[in-house]
Structure formats: structure tokens, C-alpha cells
Design a protein. Structure first.
Length: 634
């Protein structure tokens, strides 16, 4: 009997629980409001035909979240979004596409790329203890970013609808994802992304169906708004900021870019083939395939080291909707020269090698040399050494002439000392007689400058090459951890303006070797012409310049300072060996005596220089009321 009572109590308890649950559900449902007869009717949206992708039938598209049931809410949405009112509410959802190189994350809100992760690359930050910490490289990751379109829709409050406000329906098949925003009655706007295997390429397509009926007459286009807050990806933010910009290429002209060092706006009236937002070593490019972008405007906004973002890049452009679909290509990845060049649209010009002759030297001479040398070694430091050896071998004939010219100058030291004793402190007379002596023995005092002058284009080119080449990014050599940035041998406890909070050992080695090489070269030259104040100043400037450059190179790419170190060491070795073992100083003296006996050529630059010096000497003598040198005293 007790068991029966227990069972009855249990059943009654369960029934009461279900009863209370039912009553709570009924109370919690908001009451339905009567339909406003004045409100415009909402057309029920038919299910559009499912697209076929890669031969597979896609599931039918359905709105994300039903429109508000109350008439006031429907009226507000209809007024603002017109036929897109049904997809103006929803929940944000994410989808991903992935290959061996990157992971692309999408959001259905706006149907756009939310972020891209590079699988093969890392960025290096410093923790509170100044230690390097690696983290993944992301592109387009900032929550402030936007990539959306204005669609000129008739009978809306603003006259347009922005895709950032719409919740697209996503359908994914394989490595293709399609986002659709329905506008009712079989009308829709669609964005399709296909990630290519083993590449940084995303095929991008915008499709429309029967949208002409809802667009403002004559406004059959989309206006793209792209804002990109660049992340700080490199150690040297100063150079990274200066090498990040908006690039673009018109259908007829070479690629161009917005100013890299200050806020800038570029308005382009011509049709544009592609444009890109580029960091120092990575870029995201949008390439038109079967049309051209119109009314393109590029903009850059500078930030400081204290700001969380590196720089803001912004682009706007019009995309025509004359055809049912518009095809584009998105490249989002590293600035690899050969990979970008393979597209055949000058996309490789995004790499900031320079736009002058030095850029051409980098693209078509230095980069191919490095590409060839990389077949023999993967150590970028070794490749820099090999490049230095090649350059030194190519210019060695000029180096030999330089050393020989110095030897010829040294052979004239006894005659120059006699001139010094004869003319004493009269520097003008000394200069004239010295030039006579050089002309008599046919010695060119500037003969040693030619090798330096011919190597200067290579130095200027390398100045842009190392910070722009991704091959040197985070490539280590000896104590340098990143040849595209400065090396750190010693860290300072404070920041020195214009110098940094570290000491670059490659820069220090270059300064020391340059000072020694300057001293050695000056030792071989005649110093009799170095007595007046101007010449003394020039002499000391040769010693001061390397010290001044210490402040400049201390924060520059260690690949360049490593090259300069190798170059100095090889210069010293070539000069010493040539002077000691390859130059016959006795033959030089014999040749100088033979030159002295040859008929003197007239009308050359030496005669003009000598005449100018005589005129200057005469003017000086008139000012001081002294007879010129050589004139007989009365």
C-alpha cells in the first residue's frame, strides 16, 4: 500500500512540474500586436534556385533571422534597407577556408574576409624582459577594418544600402564559399570566394540577379570602401611604416603608390587594373579580371610608435554591374618577387626596391644574382659574402688602377716636398705648381676615385634591397637574428635619440675598418696639398663621415652593414696585396721620367685649371698689393 502511495505522489509531482513549465512558456512569449493596416505589405521571399558549385547542388538559401513581427520594426527596416530588409537582422557567424599556406576566416556579416593567418611566417615581439617572442602573422585582422560596398538602392532613406549592415547566408563546398544576400522575388547579391591550393590566391566573384529593378537609374555599380589598419609585423617599425602604402596600377601606366612618409591622398581618373594595401613584406591586392576599377582613390594615414597600429590604408573604387557576374582575384601573402611577377601584371612592383635606376638594378641585376647564388647556399649571410666577392672581382681592374695611381702619387713625393719648401705658405702658388707637376708627369690625382664612384649605384641599390627583400626577413647570421633589420650586439638601458637603445656590431665594424682604410689611403698620398684650411677640413671630414654614419646605420638593415663590412675587409686585402705584390714601384718611377720627356699636350683640363689658378692668384695679389709669384721686384 505504501508503494502505491509513493508512486501516486511521484506521478502528481511530475504532472505539476510539466504544468508549471507550460504556464511559464506561455507567460514568457510576448503578446502578438495587431497588424497595422497602413503598413506596407512584406512580400514573402521565395527560395532562390540553389547554385551549382564544383558539380554539387548547394542547399537552399534561407534568411538568417526572421524580420520583426511588429509593423513598426518592419517599417524601419524597409525604409532603411528596402528590398534587403529581410537580411538586415541576424547573428554573426564565421566560416574558414584553408590550404597549406594560410587560413582564411570569413564572416557572414557583410560576407567578407575577417582575417588571414600566414602559416609559414611569424612576427617577433619583445616581452617585458626584452626577450623575443614569436606569434603568427595575420593580415586584415583588425576589428576596425572594413571591406564593404555601397549599393545604390532606390526608395531607401539614404538612397543606398551598405553590405556591412547585411547578414549574408553562407554556403560552403570544398574550398569555395558563397555568401548571398536575398532581396526577394529572385533578386540577390552574391559574393563567392575560392581558395586556390598551394597559393596565396583567392578567386573572388560578385554576382547579381535582377537587381537592376531596385537600383537607382544610372547607378548600376558598387562602390567599394576598404579600410585596413596595418598590424606591426616587424622589429624596425620606422622602416616598416615607411615601406607600407597603397599601390595601384592603371590600365596604361606603370604602378604607382601613395606617399609613404606622410598622410596622403591619391585620386586616379583613369581606369585601374589593380590596387593593393602593402606592409613591408606582405600585401593584400585586389585585381580586376574582366573589367577595370573606376574613380579610384587611395589614402594613407601615418601613426606613431606609441599607437597600437602601424598605419591606416584606405581605398575606394567603383565596380560596374553591367554583367551578371564580376570576376576578381585577391592576393594575400608575402612580397615574393617571382611569385608576384608570375601574374604578369607588374604586381612585383609592390616590393619597394625603388622606382629610379636603383630599383631597376635591384630587380634585374641584384635580385637575379641572389636567386642564382641561393642555389648553392641557404645562409643569407654567405650569399651576401658571395655577392661582395662578385662585385669586388668585377671592379678589381679599377681597384688596380686606383692603387697604381696612389703609387704614382707617392713616387712624386720628393718633388712635391721641394715645391713646399720653395713656396712656403703661399697655398695658391703651391696649388698651381702642383698641378704643373702632375701635368708634367701625366699623373691624375683623381684616378683613385673611379672605383668608388662606380660602386656607388650598387650601394644605393642595396640600401633599398635588403629592407625590401623578404628573403632576408628573420634570416640569421652570426649574432644578427634578422638581416632585414638592425643587428643587436649590445643593448643599452635607455633610448638615445637618433641612435636607438642598442649597438649594432656590424655598423661598429664598418666604422672601424673605414677609419683604418681612410688612414691607410691618406698615408699613401701626398699631404703637401693638405695645408690650407679648406683641404684640412676635407681631410678631417673623411674621418668624421664614418662616425656620423654610425648613427644612421645603427638602426638600418644589418644585411647592408654586413655587406659594407665584407666590402671594407676585401678592399683592405685587395689594396695591401696589390700594393705589396702586384705593383712594381721601380717601373713606375721609370715610367714617370719617360712621361716627363714626352711632348706636353695642350688644351686639356689641367691647362684650364692652371690658368684659372693663375687668374685667382693675380686677383689675390692685386688685393694685397703684392706682386704675383715669379714677378721681379723693382
Amino acid at each position: 500500500m505504501e508503494d502505491k502511495k509513493t508512486n501516486l505522489s511521484t506521478y502528481i509531482g511530475i504532472a505539476l512540474i510539466f504544468g508549471l513549465l507550460y504556464v511559464w512558456l506561455q507567460i514568457s512569449v510576448p503578446p502578438k500586436k495587431p497588424t497595422d493596416p497602413a503598413a506596407p505589405p512584406i512580400t514573402e521571399q521565395p527560395t532562390a534556385a540553389a547554385p551549382v558549385t564544383n558539380g554539387e547542388q548547394q542547399p537552399a538559401y534561407t534568411p538568417n533571422v526572421p524580420m520583426p513581427a511588429d509593423s513598426a520594426g518592419r517599417t524601419v527596416l524597409r525604409t532603411k534597407f528596402g528590398p534587403f530588409a529581410a537580411v538586415a537582422t541576424g547573428n554573426e557567424q564565421f566560416e574558414t577556408l584553408e590550404n597549406d599556406l594560410m587560413i582564411v576566416k570569413f564572416t557572414n556579416k557583410g560576407g567578407r574576409i575577417r582575417e588571414i593567418r600566414m602559416k609559414k611566417f611569424d612576427k617577433i615581439n619583445s616581452d617585458t624582459a626584452n626577450n623575443d617572442v614569436k606569434s603568427p602573422v595575420y593580415l586584415l585582422e583588425d576589428t576596425k577594418n572594413r571591406f564593404d560596398y555601397d549599393l545604390e538602392v532606390a526608395n531607401t532613406a539614404a538612397g543606398k544600402v551598405n553590405t556591412a549592415d547585411l547578414y549574408f547566408t553562407a554556403n560552403k563546398t570544398g574550398n569555395t564559399i558563397t555568401f548571398r544576400a536575398d532581396a526577394g522575388e529572385g533578386r540577390y547579391l552574391e559574393q563567392t570566394y575560392t581558395l586556390q591550393p598551394d597559393n596565396y590566391q583567392i578567386d573572388y566573384q560578385i554576382g547579381t540577379n535582377n537587381l537592376q529593378s531596385v537600383l537607382v537609374p544610372g547607378k548600376n555599380y558598387l562602390t567599394l570602401h576598404w579600410e585596413n589598419y596595418l598590424d606591426k609585423l616587424e622589429k624596425n617599425q620606422t622602416y616598416e611604416r615607411g615601406m607600407s602604402s597603397v599601390y595601384f596600377k592603371t590600365d596604361k601606366d606603370s604602378p604607382d603608390y601613395c606617399n609613404c612618409t606622410k598622410d596622403a591622398v591619391e585620386t586616379v581618373d583613369q581606369p585601374v587594373q589593380w590596387f593593393a594595401h602593402s606592409n613591408q613584406f606582405f600585401n593584400t591586392s585586389l585585381v580586376a579580371k574582366d573589367f577595370s576599377f573606376r574613380q579610384f582613390v587611395g589614402e594613407t594615414k601615418m601613426f606613431t610608435d606609441l599607437d597600437p597600429d602601424l598605419k591606416m590604408l584606405k581605398s575606394t573604387a567603383q565596380i560596374p554591374l553591367d554583367n551578371p557576374s564580376v570576376h576578381m582575384m585577391i592576393y594575400a601573402g608575402p612580397n615574393e618577387f617571382e611569385r608576384l611577377r608570375a601574374y604578369g601584371i607588374a604586381l612585383e612592383d609592390i616590393i619597394p626596391f625603388g622606382s629610379s635606376i636603383f630599383g631597376s638594378i635591384n630587380r634585374w641585376i641584384i635580385h637575379p644574382i641572389f636567386a642564382f647564388l641561393s642555389l648553392f647556399s641557404t645562409q643569407q649571410g654567405i650569399l651576401i659574402l658571395l655577392l661582395t666577392l662578385i662585385v669586388k672581382l668585377l671592379v678589381y681592374p679599377l681597384t688596380y688602377r686606383m692603387v697604381k695611381s696612389q703609387a704614382r702619387m707617392a713616387a712624386l713625393k720628393p718633388q712635391l716636398e721641394s715645391l713646399k719648401k720653395k713656396h712656403g705658405a703661399d697655398q695658391q702658388a703651391m696649388s698651381v705648381e702642383t698641378m704643373k707637376l702632375y701635368s708634367e708627369f701625366r699623373v691624375n690625382p683623381l684616378g683613385g676615385c673611379l672605383p668608388v664612384v662606380l660602386q656607388m649605384p650598387i650601394w644605393f641599390a642595396l640600401y633599398r634591397f635588403f629592407p625590401a627583400s623578404i628573403e632576408f626577413r628573420q634570416a640569421s647570421f652570426l649574432w644578427a637574428t634578422d638581416l632585414s633589420s638592425y643587428d643587436v650586439a649590445f643593448k643599452l638601458p635607455y633610448m638615445v635619440p637618433g641612435f636607438g637603445n642598442h649597438i649594432s656590431a656590424f655598423t661598429l665594424i664598418w666604422v672601424v675598418t673605414t677609419l683604418w682604410y681612410t688612414w691607410y689611403s691618406m698615408k699613401q698620398m701626398d699631404n703637401s696639398s693638405m695645408q690650407n684650411d679648406q683641404m684640412k677640413m676635407m681631410k678631417w671630414m673623411q674621418y668624421l663621415m664614418p662616425v656620423m654614419f654610425l648613427f644612421f646605420f645603427n638602426t638600418f638593415a644589418s644585411g647592408l652593414t654586413l655587406y659594407l663590412c665584407f666590402s671594407n675587409i676585401l678592399n683592405i686585402g685587395q689594396t695591401v696585396i696589390t700594393k705589396k705584390f702586384l705593383i712594381d714601384h721601380e717601373k713606375i718611377k721609370i715610367a714617370l721620367d719617360a712621361n716627363r720627356n714626352k711632348p706636353k699636350k695642350t688644351g686639356g683640363w689641367r691647362d684650364r685649371f692652371e690658368q684659372a689658378m693663375k687668374e685667382q692668384q693675380k686677383l689675390q695679389a692685386e688685393k694685397t698689393k703684392q706682386p704675383p709669384v715669379g714677378a721681379k721686384k723693382k
